[in-house]
Design a protein around this ligand. Structure first.
Ligand code: MTE
Ligand code: CO
Length: 425
C-alpha cells in the first residue's frame, strides 16, 4: 500500500475515536461507550496547586515511568562489580540515550574520581611527554558529535539460539550520546609526534584509572581521525559510571575501546596485545582460530516496538513499528522491515537523516491485520553493506563467537499482541 492510500484510512480511524469520546459515535475498539470523566469532570491537578520549582533541583523521570531503567541479567556475571546492565531501548524513542538509563559495563566497578584529582598523561614516542589537568583540557578547542557506543558483546548471548526475551537484553548494550570534548589529534599534536617517525605503523595504548585499567591499542590512523577525549555527554558532565570526568570516544568501534576514567595515552611502535585484545574481544571461529583486531561495529538494526517488553496493546488497525539502526562504518542509508520472517520487505521511514556512526531511528507506519507476524529489520549503510541473517553470519563465523553478532533479529508477534524472541531458519 502506498502512503497516499494509507493516510486517509489512518485519519478516518482517529476521527472516529475522537467523535466517540463526545458520545455520538460507537464504532471500533478504541471507542469509549460511556462519557469519559477525564473529559467531563474537573480533576485534582487542574483545581489545586502543583509542586514548587525548588522541590527537584535535579530531576528524575516522573514515577509513572519508573520501569524505564537499566536492568541486568543476574546469571550473566558472577558479581555486580565486574558486570553489565542494559539500556531500556524498548521504552525509548528518538535516538539520544539519557545518561541515567544508559547501559554500564565495568570490569572493576565504577570509580569516583574528582576533577582536581584527575590527570591525563601522554607519553612514549612523543617529542614532549605531557600531563594534563582537567582544567588544561578545557583550554583546547572543543567539538560536539553524536555517536553510538556498542559493547562488542551486545547480542552475544544469541549466537547459539534465541535466549533472552527482551530487546533490552538482546540489544541493550548500546547507548547514543552527544559528546563534547577535545580531539585526540589535538592532544597528540600538542605532545608532538615527530619522535614517532613514520606514523603509518604506530599505535596509541590507552588506559583508564580504574583497577582494571582496560588498556587497549588503537592504530595511529584512527587516533588521528575522529577519536575524542570527551568530558560532557548530552550537555552535562559524564556520569560517574560513564567515566567521569574524562573518557575516550572511539566512533564506530567496539565499546571496550572507549576507555573510561582515561589516565594515560602512550604512543608506541607496536600493539601492546593486552588482555582486552587477546583473550577477550577476539572472535573464535569454527576451526578454533581467533579473529583479532575486529574493531568496527558492522551495520545492525533491531525493532524496539513491538518487542517482548513492548507488546501491541491495541487491536487491528493503524500501528507504528519502530526501531534503531546503526553502523560503525558511517551513515545508515536504509532500513527494511519484514512481517513474515524475511520473505517480503517494506522500506521503513528514517526519523531523520542519521548522523555518521550514530543511532538512526526508523518507523514503519502500517496497518496491523491482527494476525501473527515474524517481525524483522534489516539495515543498510553508506558502504552498501547489508545486515546479514543469522544463518549467513554463522556460515562465516561459526558458533563459538560471543562478540560482533550483528545478525537480523526476529520477534514472533502473536494475535494477542505479545511478542517473543525466536529464530527463523
Ligand atoms: N574503561 C575502563 N576504564 N574500565 C572498564 O571497565 N569497560 C569498557 C569500556 N571502557 C571499561 C572501560 C567496555 S567493555 C564498554 S562496552 C564500555 O566502556 C562501556 O561504556 P559505558 O559503561 O559508559 O556504557
Ligand atoms: Co564492552
Amino acid at each position: 500500500m502506498d502512503d497516499a492510500l494509507k493516510a486517509p484510512s489512518r485519519r478516518a480511524f482517529l476521527k472516529g475515536s475522537a467523535a466517540a469520546v463526545a458520545g455520538s459515535v460507537a464504532a471500533g475498539a478504541a471507542v469509549a461507550a460511556e462519557p469519559d470523566p477525564l473529559i467531563t469532570e474537573l480533576q485534582d491537578w487542574a483545581s489545586s496547586l502543583g509542586e514548587g520549582v525548588d522541590e527537584t533541583p535535579y530531576g528524575l523521570p516522573i514515577k509513572y515511568e519508573d520501569d524505564v531503567v537499566r536492568r541486568n541479567v543476574p546469571w550473566l556475571t558472577a558479581d555486580p562489580i565486574s558486570s553489565i546492565n542494559f539500556t531500556p531501548i524498548h521504552a525509548l524513542d528518538g535516538t539520544i540515550t539519557p545518561q541515567g538509563c544508559a547501559f554500564e559495563r565495568h570490569h572493576s566497578g565504577a570509580i569516583e574520581l574528582s576533577k582536581p584529582d584527575y590527570r591525563l598523561m601522554i607519553n612514549g614516542l612523543v617529542d614532549q611527554e605531557l600531563v594534563f589537568t582537567y582544567a588544561d583540557l578545557e583550554r583546547f578547542p572543543r567539538e560536539n558529535h553524536v555517536y553510538f557506543c556498542e559493547c562488542a558483546a551486545n547480542t552475544g548471548m544469541e549466537w547459539a539460539g534465541a535466549q533472552l526475551n527482551g530487546v533490552q537484553f538482546t540489544h541493550g548494550m548500546i547507548h547514543n550520546m552527544e559528546y563534547t570534548g577535545v580531539s585526540l589529534r589535538t592532544l597528540l599534536n600538542e605532545a608532538g609526534l615527530g619522535a614517532a617517525g613514520d606514523l603509518k605503523d604506530k599505535w596509541v595504548y590507552v588506559e583508564g584509572a580504574d583497577a582494571s585499567s582496560n588498556g587497549r591499542s588503537i592504530p595511529m590512523e584512527k587516533a588521528l581521525d575522529d577519536v575524542l577525549v570527551a568530558f560532557k555527554a548530552n550537555g552535562e558532565a559524564l556520569r560517574k559510571e560513564h567515566g567521569y570526568p574524562v573518557r575516550l570516544v572511539v566512533p564506530g568501534w567496539e565499546g571496550n575501546m572507549w576507555v573510561k576514567w582515561l589516565r594515560r595515552i602512550e604512543v608506541t611502535d607496536m600493539a601492546v596485545e593486552s588482555r582486552e585484545e587477546t583473550s577477550k574481544y577476539t572472535d573464535v571461529l569454527a576451526d578454533g582460530i581467533a579473529r583479532k583486531w575486529t574493531w568496527v561495529m558492522d551495520a545492525k538494526s533491531v525493532i524496539t516496538s513491538p518487542s517482548p517488553q513492548s507488546p501491541i496493546t491495541h487491536g487491528p488497525g493503524p500501528m507504528v513499528i519502530s526501531g534503531l539502526a546503526w553502523s560503525g562504518h558511517g551513515q545508515i542509508t536504509r532500513v527494511d522491515v519484514s512481517k513474515d520472517g524475511g520473505m517480503t520487505w517494506e522500506t521503513a521511514r528514517l526519523g531523520r537523516q542519521g548522523d555518521t556512526k550514530a543511532l538512526t531511528r526508523f518507523y514503519l507506519d502500517t496497518e496491523w491485520d491482527g494476525e501473527e507476524m515474524l517481525l524483522q529489520a534489516r539495515a543498510m549503510d553508506e558502504t552498501g553493506y547489508v545486515q546479514p541473517t543469522k544463518a549467513q553470519l554463522r556460515e562465516v563465523r561459526g558458533e563459538n563467537s560471543i562478540y560482533h553478532n550483528n545478525c537480523i533479529q526476529t520477534w514472533h508477534v502473536k494475535t494477542n499482541g505479545e511478542a517473543e524472541n525466536v529464530e527463523v531458519s
